[in-house]
Design a protein around this ligand. Sequence first.
Ligand code: HEM
Length: 230
Amino acid sequence: MGKGIALAVRGAGATSPVGEQRRSAAVATPAARKRRPLSFWLKPPLFLFCLLPLASLGWDAWQGALGANPIEAITHRTGDWALRFLLITLAVTPLMRLARWSLPGRFRRMLGLYAFFYAVLHFATYLVLDQFFDWAAIGDDIVKRPYITVGFAAFVMLLPLAVTSTNGMIRRLGGRRWKALHRLVYAIAVLAVLHYLWLVKADYREPAAYAAVLALLLGLRIWWGLRRRV
Ligand code: HEM
């Protein structure tokens, strides 16, 4: 590995939440505070940008432009964005490695939390608007409808990742255990894609496209993992 790549990869590693948490204690001097990194300035606009799908949904609801079945439209759009943010989060590491660019790593936590945020909205739509807290029907759905079973499993698995996303939790768990726990995101993404493939009745093009993106993202990781061992 050339020096440039080694530095980029090492730099990329340093931008994981574990590295960020380790570094945060060290950069609190007044001089360091004056020289804010680029990511510091980019985070607020990115945060607002990630809210656009919700704003667009709210706007369409306000305009009465959600079609004949607004609940279905909300379920679909929040589900779509939960999955997209999951895949975007998973794309951060490959992007950093392939482009030798460490900046995206600074936004990974935010992007992952947005995946969780849209998944919460998606689940809440199902729970409140679709089922109206009919626990018996919800339990029935989870047990009897495979696409709900896997969607629910993906959602439940996202919970510990969201809860442990803070610097305090990283410190408490320790970097190794935190990383091991956060590998759950791969299984979550597979379940989320399965959830979509399973619920589609005729046109498989969209879920198949997500499945292809996920296969590429996971394939790259497997390939890099195998090369490291050789
Ligand atoms: C990480 C968690 C989840 C992700 C990423 C996800 C993603 C998706 C996606 C992409 C769709 C299809 C949207 C479209 O057709 O455009 C969808 C639909 C749906 N999801 Fe999820 N989902 C998740 C969890 C759940 C959970 C926990 C439930 C309920 C228990 C659920 C219930 C539904 C329902 C009812 C639909 C619509 C089905 C239909 O149109 O017949 N999802 N979800």
